[in-house]
Each structure stands twice: as structure tokens, then as C-alpha cells.
Write a protein that binds this ligand. Structure first.
Ligand code: PLP
Length: 384
């Protein structure tokens, strides 16, 4: 039924059935590790909660429908989800990665997986399809995309890059955390797998860590479910309940995040202390046309900008903010401010940061759903 619904209805109803025993309208928190069996090996479809738990399953069904996949799996964090996707690979496989990715993903690839699994990673500017093609080697098995990227808000043309992947029999994975399925549907653009940190917009209330993997076809979904069963970094029933509760307001929250972010991006563009604003919704953004073609319902709630001044001026500005809290993370109802160089992206090699343009001047805002004029007033006061 819910397959035919529009997005704002899907977030309320997809995968949600009234609970069989009591008719509870909201999927209950099934706080149980195991399930009684009628006879050895004869179970109700549930045997042990690492493999399947009804509360987590309700969230997984919801996510599969929102991302237009065949199945979804929920993990204990975004990084656990990403780690599980890498388990599809074998030692010495090669992955081509968007050069402008989440710092934690870079750390997992470079500081852990390169050594623990013998994987190879090459970072390229995926805005340039020729650079992607020339980075392909005989052992290239996966493309890793993140768009819009963090913190520079660069946009990758998902269709262009996934079609290169298909031509070469390479899997493509899109981290859709920043856009969410409200805005962007990577599987529809040709990706094989979507990953999320549900910690951000999907949960939306900064009170849960979680991750999700959605697969485009059955065989990939089965492999990923097997990996989840083996490695066991599953989302708890309570956190699954909270994320489902958050998702019910995803459409209304995202609409407000996007309109507030557009408003603040416009304000920053005109402010004398601001050198440059990075937001895909601005016509001045170099990939605005690509963004418009694949971001179908807005441009998201993250705005980065380069500010004039020395490190101490930028620290002072961030500390002067009252409504914007100085903190890592993004995607919650409350607005946050941070400096990628010293916070979210501190673990990147300095040469990598330099190449991406992440210096002390870059400030990242996660625009919440407060009143936009209050947010503007807070920034005006902090700049003074
Ligand atoms: C936060 C984030 C992650 C990691 O997710 P956690 O839930 O913090 O483990 C991965 N990718 C992106 C784009 C993120 O913003």
C-alpha cells in the first residue's frame, strides 16, 4: 500500500502495521534478546534479536521504502553501517572515494581498513568524471560517494558516476546522510547501496547514534544481512523506536531546515565579514545545476562559509553565538556551529585538508528549525 504514497505520507506509514497481539498503533519496543520456539528450529520468524527484532525491523522496512530499495538494515552508528558495507570487499580490493568525505569515514579507510583488511583507497575529485575513470584499476570494486560533501558542500553528479561504475562492473555506494531521501534518492540515480548516519536528519533530535544501509537488489541485501548477523553491530530496540519516531516528522523538518538554510546562506553572502558561502542552493555554487537536477526538494540544512580574520577572531565569533551551540554533528532541530579544521575534520592529514581548502577560516553551520530571523540576529550579534 505505502509504495504508492507520496513521501510525506510514507514517513508516517511505510512498513508500519498495527501490532498483531494488541493493535498498538506504534510499533512497541520489543526489549527481548530471544524468542520462544514451538519446537526446535520452529520459530515465529524471530529467533534472536541480533538476527531480527520486530522494532528494528519496522525501522528497516520504513528505510527500504523511503530510499526505494529492496531492504534495509539498521546499525548501532553510521560508522558501523559503513564498516559493514566494506565487509563486502576482499583483501587487496580497491575503492575510489570522493576526496571530500566525512572525517570519520576517511579515518576508517586510511587509519584502519588499509591495514586491517588490506584495502586500497584512492581519493579523487568526483566532480570530474574523467578523474574517476583514470583512477580505475583492475582491482577496483567500489565507488564511495558523498554528496553534498562535508564540509565544503561540493556536489557529485550521482548518475554520471554510477553509470561509469556500471560500465566497469563496480559497486557504487552513496552516503546520503546530508540530503536524506526527502531530497535525494541515490538508488533511483543508479547507486547500488545507500548508507546513512541516522544520527543526523533521520532521527533529527540529537539523542541517538545509528546507521542504516539500504540495498538496491536482493542479492546485495542478503549479503549485507549476513554481514550484519555475523558482525552484530545492530541498533537497539529502544533506539530503533526513537529513530522511527523521528522519521515521522522528517518531511516537515526537512522543509524547514531547507528554507532556513537558504535564508541564512543569503544573509551570509551579503555580510562583510564573510569571504565565501558554500551552499548548493546558491546560483553562485559551481555545481548548482547538478544539485538542482538531483536534489529534488531543497538543498539541505548545512551551510559552510569562509570568514575573514585570524583563528582567534573565528573562535570568538563562534563563542559569541547564543542560539547556535558550538558542537560537532548536524541534522538536529537545534542549530549548531563548528570549525571543521579543529573539530569534525581534525583527524584528516594536513595535506588532505589543504587540498580541500579546509583552513581555519571555514565555519560549518547546521541550521535547525528555529525562527530564521532569530538565527540571523544571533549571527549578526556574534559577528560584531
Ligand atoms: C556523522 C556522519 C557519519 C558517521 O555517523 P555516526 O552515526 O556518527 O557513526 C558518516 N557519514 C556522514 C556524512 C556523517 O555526517
Amino acid at each position: 500500500m505505502s509504495k504508492q504514497l507520496n513521501f510525506a505520507s510514507k514517513v508516517i506509514h511505510a512498513g508500519q502495521e498495527n501490532e498483531a497481539a494488541t493493535g498498538a498503533v506504534i510499533p512497541p519496543i520489543f526489549a527481548t534478546s530471544t524468542f520462544a520456539q514451538k519446537a526446535p528450529g520452529s520459530n515465529s520468524g524471530y529467533e534472536y534479536s541480533r538476527i531480527k527484532n520486530p522494532t528494528r525491523e519496522a525501522l528497516e522496512k520504513m528505510m527500504a521504502e523511503l530510499e526505494l530499495g529492496v531492504g534495509a538494515l539498521a546499525f548501532a552508528s553510521g560508522m558501523a553501517a559503513i564498516t559493514s558495507v566494506l565487509e563486502l570487499l576482499q583483501p587487496h580490493d580497491h575503492v575510489i572515494v570522493n576526496e571530500d568525505i566525512y572525517g570519520g569515514t576517511w579515518r576508517l579507510f586510511e587509519k584502519l581498513k588499509r591495514y586491517s583488511s588490506g584495502l586500497e583507497f584512492t581519493y579523487v575529485d568526483m566532480g570530474n568524471p574523467d578523474a574517476v575513470i583514470s583512477a580505475i584499476k583492475p582491482n577496483t570494486k567500489m565507488f564511495w560517494l558523498e554528496t553534498p560533501s562535508n564540509p565544503m558542500m561540493r556536489v557529485t553528479d550521482i548518475k554520471a558516476i554510477t553509470s561509469i561504475a556500471k560500465d566497469h562492473n563496480i559497486l557504487s555506494v552513496v552516503d546520503n546522510t546530508f540530503a536524506t531521501p526527502y531530497i535525494q534518492k541515490p538508488l533511483l540515480c543508479g547507486a547500488d547501496i545507500v548508507v546513512h548516519s541516522v544520527t543526523k536528519y533521520l532521527n533529527g533530535h540529537s539523542d541517538v547514534l545509528g546507521g542504516v544501509v539500504v540495498a538496491a537488489n536482493e542479492s546485495l541485501h542478503e549479503k549485507l544481512a549476513f554481514i550484519q548477523k555475523c558482525t552484530g553491530a545492530v541498533l537497539s530496540p529502544f533506539d530503533s523506536f526513537l529513530v522511527l519516531r523521528g522519521i515521522k516528522t522528517l518531511a516537515v523538518r526537512m522543509e524547514k531546515h531547507c528554507s532556513n538554510a537558504e535564508y541564512i546562506a543569503g544573509f551570509l553572502q551579503k555580510h562583510p565579514k564573510v569571504k565565501q558561502v558554500f551552499y548548493p542552493g546558491l546560483t553562485s555554487h559551481p555545481q548548482h545545476a547538478v544539485a538542482k537536477s538531483q536534489m529534488l526538494a531543497g538543498f539541505g540544512g548545512v551551510v559552510s562559509f569562509a570568514m575573514h580574520g585570524e583563528q582567534e577572531d573565528i573562535v570568538k565569533f563562534m563563542q559569541n553565538c547564543r542560539l547556535f551551540t558550538l558542537a560537532e554533528s548536524l541534522g538536529g532541530v537545534e542549530s549548531l556551529i563548528e570549525q571543521p579544521l579543529t573539530m569534525t575534520h581534525a583527524s584528516l592529514d594536513s595535506s588532505h585538508k589543504e587540498k580541500l581548502g579546509i583552513d581555519h577560516s571555514i565555519v560549518r553551520l547546521s541550521i535547525g528549525i528555529e525562527d530564521p530571523q532569530d538565527l540571523e540576529a544571533d549571527l549578526i550579534a556574534a559577528f560584531k
